[in-house]
Design a protein around this ligand. Sequence first.
Ligand SMILES: [Zn+2]
Length: 295
Amino acid sequence: MKAEIPEGITLIRNGLFDNGDYGATYLIGYDRLALVDPGTSYSVPTLLEWFDEHPRSLSNLKYILLTHIHLDHAGAVGHLVEKLPDLKIYLHRKGAPHMHDPSQLLASVREATGDRFSEYGEVKPIPEENLEPVDGEKTFSLDSKEIVALPTPGHAPHHLAYYDKETGGLFPGDSAGLYLGGRLIPSTPPPTFNLETSLDSLTRMKELDPSILLYPHFGPGENPSELIDDYKRILQDWVELVDELRSQYGEEDKLVTEIIEIKRDWIRNGFSVGELKMNIRGVLKYFSWREDDQK
Ligand SMILES: [Zn+2]
């Protein structure tokens, strides 16, 4: 059975990384509209075209809900603000300064993505008055809906999930992993992936008892508690695998080659070898700062 997206929520394929099945932006509402995670700057023409072709007016777009500021979710925002100067952008307090002045964010993305940096598009700084930083759990009204913003650190420390109280739909961003072609795949990018906070965030999301998970990568997932439990296990197994193999293969290049071989079946629906490499580096980075902490 295919999971149904709740009333008042629409999935828009944003064409992330030139793949129709990798980036989902969600439109919420009928009157005053909100977009969750609009994608990179390359998604902007796709989104504008969507508004042209559907009976919703771009001028009614009032809010952006960012789960986090990684550019495959947030790169489009500055471009949209240029078109709609009154847009309000909800995001975690820790992410806000980097959307206003993206220089540090760009340096971090460049380091994390290496030769794939250009796929993340261009970023435009966002005026402070457009930003609505969220500090801790917060409920706000959107159109006729009440939305809860819930801090869900782990994938990144500045991560939020959004919960639609009316329908029980939960937008977990990347904090519940990737759900590609019916399969859960870990998302553990550098520089700030953290296993412990990820697991705590998953517990908190499960406590909301959502009716459906609305993944940005990609689409609706039914049986949220099962998916969340499965993801906890997959994430722990993944970190353990990297830990085991890093002691076996001293050199990072050999480790990466071996893991790509083992996890070849994860490469699907827009999840590339490059993404897998980034996930490996994220786990290695997590080990390195955890070990530094213990010194
Ligand atoms: Zn991310």
